[in-house]
Design a protein around this ligand. Structure first.
Ligand code: NAD
Length: 401
């Protein structure tokens, strides 16, 4: 009988655990005690799942290593951030080795879902072999299945996201077990025998997106300097069959600002300096300065700021999520608040205030839009004709409405 342990119950691990429960016996392990206490009460503080999503799900949530018993299928969904020098911080991932080394037995399956650099799954399984005295691909089986979940995007449910699954094993019994588990996670699994290729594929997906957004951010800056209508430039260019349209904006979170560094890190170990992969990073990071400069110019030229306040719209790194990690929006809000302490924010995914009273809107002198989404558009529609409320839309999300 398959008994699964999901290690790390964040944006990735919780949906994985929820998809599998019901059919399999599941232990959900996370070192964050508060997170476990909340999950036991069917509360997801990340705001991705409501209480009813936990109904009929049986997961044994725990922060105690001792409670991980009799498992034979481990799914690792631990964070893979970078440190201050942008070097991969593998501590969370490597700390799971200590747990696994004591628990794994013959025929156990271990799947890494965390984003890693090419070659890291092998480093991981070599270390596990050494610590456990068991042999990878003979006694236990380490696989790699990168996660592509898009938090905040309800249109892309986990089961509808095509999933890569890489394993070196051709053991029929092991492949059968993998299929029986992973078919509950995704309707379409793309198998590969090449783990480093799967690791690279994941890292380049996010690197490509980071670069594309950076190009659009650069075009936005150029349009601004040349007083061009940015949206018209893009509308015209989009009429060409092979032009790919992206949106400019603030880039944050746990993936895009991190994954290009995982790639460049391993490249530098091979004495190769990646130029293009990292080229988007500085432009995307510079958008914070761009917005603050626009804000300061606007305030200095246009506002009276007499007892009136500023509202910053969009605090998390993107619309629809509560995740404040690497959020340039939050950094911008904090800068503005330093200058104007009465500044407030609106982000219903971060805090609970969802509706505005008319007198609150009337008391505003400036609303600055940092993200794009349905509820923010609704707010824009409410204020766009209010004479006394100024609007700053640095990424031109709403100007055409
Ligand atoms: N968030 C996303 O949108 C997303 C999408 C695709 C891939 N990924 C990748 O998936 C991985 C996980 O990301 P995430 O966003 O779910 O991270 P997260 O921070 O939301 O969740 C990680 C969880 O692991 C727990 N944890 C940390 N150290 C631990 C340890 N030693 N033992 C047990 N639990 C521990 C944390 O408490 C946290 O709850 C990362 O590699 C990330 O790059 C994330």
């Amino acid at each position: 009988m398959i008994k699964i342990c999901v290690i790390g119950l964040g944006y990735v691990g919780l949906p994985v655990a929820l998809s599998l429960s019901g059919k399999f016996n599941i232990i959900g392990f996370d070192t964050n005690k508060k997170r476990i206490e909340n999950l036991k009460k069917n509360h997801d503080s990340n705001g991705e799942f409501s209480k009813k999503d936990f109904l009929k799900k049986k997961i044994n949530f725990t922060f105690k290593r001792g409670e991980i018993k009799d498992c034979n299928f481990y799914i690792i969904c631990l964070p893979t951030p970078v440190d201050k020098k942008k070097i991969p911080n593998l501590n969370p991932l490597m700390s799971s080795l200590k747990i696994l080394a004591k628990k794994i037995k013959k025929k156990d399956i271990i799947v890494l879902e965390s984003t890693v650099y090419p070659g890291l799954t092998k480093i991981f399984s070599d270390k596990l072999s050494k610590l456990s005295g068991l042999q990878n691909n003979f006694d236990f089986f380490t696989c790699y299945s990168p996660e592509r979940i898009n938090p905040g995007d309800k249109s892309k449910k986990l089961s509808r996201i095509d999933k890569i699954f890489a394993t070196n094993s051709s053991n029929k019994d092991i492949l059968k077990k993998i299929r029986s588990v992973y078919k509950l996670i995704s309707k379409n699994i793309i198998f590969s025998k090449y783990i480093p290729e799967a690791e690279t594929a994941k890292a380049i997906e996010n690197t490509q997106r980071d670069l594309n957004i950076a190009l659009f951010n650069e075009l936005l800056i150029l349009s601004d300097k040349m007083k061009l209508n940015f949206n018209e430039v893009i509308r015209l260019a989009s009429t060409k069959w092979n032009f790919i349209k992206f949106k400019p904006g603030l880039v944050g979170g746990h993936c895009l600002p991190v994954d290009p560094y995982y790639l460049s890190h391993i490249a530098s170990k091979k004495n190769y300096k990646m130029e293009v992969a990292l080229a988007g990073r500085s432009v995307n990071n510079s958008m914070k300065k761009y917005v603050i400069k626009k804000f300061n110019t606007f305030v200095d030229n246009k506002l009276t700021m007499k007892n009136k306040s500023i509202l910053v719209v969009g605090l998390s790194y993107k619309y629809g999520v509560s995740d404040l990690r690497n959020s340039l929006n939050l950094e911008i809000f904090n800068e503005i608040k330093k200058r104007f302490p009465k500044t407030k924010f609106y982000d219903p995914f971060v805090s609970k205030n969802k509706e505005f009273k008319t007198n609150f809107l009337d008391s505003l002198e400036l609303v600055i839009f940092l993200s794009e989404g349905k509820m923010f558009k609704k707010l824009f529609m409410k204020i766009k004709n209010k004479k006394n409320v100024n609007i700053l839309d640095p990424f031109k999300y709403y100007e055409h409405i």
